[in-house]
Unconditional design. Sequence first.
Length: 389
Amino acid sequence: MKLSQRILGLTGGTSDGWELFNKARRMIDDGVAVTELTIGEHDIRTHQSILDAMHRSASAGHTGYAMIPGTNELRDAVAARVFERTGVPTTRDNVLITPGGQSGLFSAHSALCDEGDVALFCDPYYATYPGTIRAVGAVPRAVPCRFENSFEPSFPDIVAKTRDAKTLLVNSPNNPTGVVYSRETMEGIARACCEHDLWCISDEVYDTQVWDGTHISPRTLDGMLDRTLVIGSMSKSHAMTGSRVGWVVGPEPVIKEMINLATHTNYGVPGYIQDAAAFAIESGQPLEDEIGAPFKRRRSLGQAIIAQQNAVGLVPSSGAMYMLLDIRSTGLSGDEFADRLLETHHIAVMPGESFGACAAGHIRVAMTVEDSAFETALHTLVDFAKGVE
Ligand code: PMP
């Protein structure tokens, strides 16, 4: 059997970063009670009012092929939301509805990169980024976001990587660090894109989860409107991970070509899911705040626990549903730490190495179990770190 190099090479011949997660799932299947602090999945389910809207839509017959670019109602709702949040005039023609942010990332890179083009992304990174870039035939190249620079990309570090590059993928609020890029960082990104003729792909799927400071979309900055594609999603903002609905916002001619790609790949998103998403967006910020509140609360609980000891360091962060912990003083790698913690205490966290070389020696803790279980797990984790020999 001979398969394509493209599919066989998707993970670049290295790990896809999900081993620890898969191991935890196997233990759970075998009946072990594992506290899972791995993937970015809420411990609540999709809000009943959204499910009711989904049901109403399906019962009313919206179960046939839906509009491939997205329904007018949802595209308008996304455009209005983007305008409200950024002040940048945006219409439905700037919006493509996609099966989740992941599909948006793939579509954006497909639209902008030819075979062999270099596509930049910031390290630490969401684990699918390099594989998504390879999936369109482009070559991933990491821009280091250094510990010493609060895990934000600096202008010189971006510029040093721009040779032959077409795109720069940035993600703020960031997974895995929780860092929200400062205005200065975003302006450096914009300057690098303008001076080196790069497209910016801005992954903003955590834009409703900002606990300190302000999220700045690079699309709002000078010279960026016609060189930025923004990736959005209902997964994190509305606990709709399983519904697979997100979007790309960008210049109309690019969206037009991406609609053509959607026709030849996923053929759009089910109509009843789109109606539920439109309902959710139209429900406004109170619903988004309700869904984000547990992470904000657990972040404070977690910060208080980490502040009481020094076996584990906390990477200061301002958003998203994760805490990145510095475990270098234990002498273990993130992989070793996560594996031993899982084996000995049945707590599953993600090794920093799954998110790139810059996150090595760290672990990512998803704040995705209820408060007291979260606190207990963190205390256990800290005690484990203190006892490492
Ligand atoms: N981008 C980032 C940074 C993510 O963390 C995720 C999911 N964890 C995604 C994109 C994809 O999310 P979805 O496809 O569910 O919208």
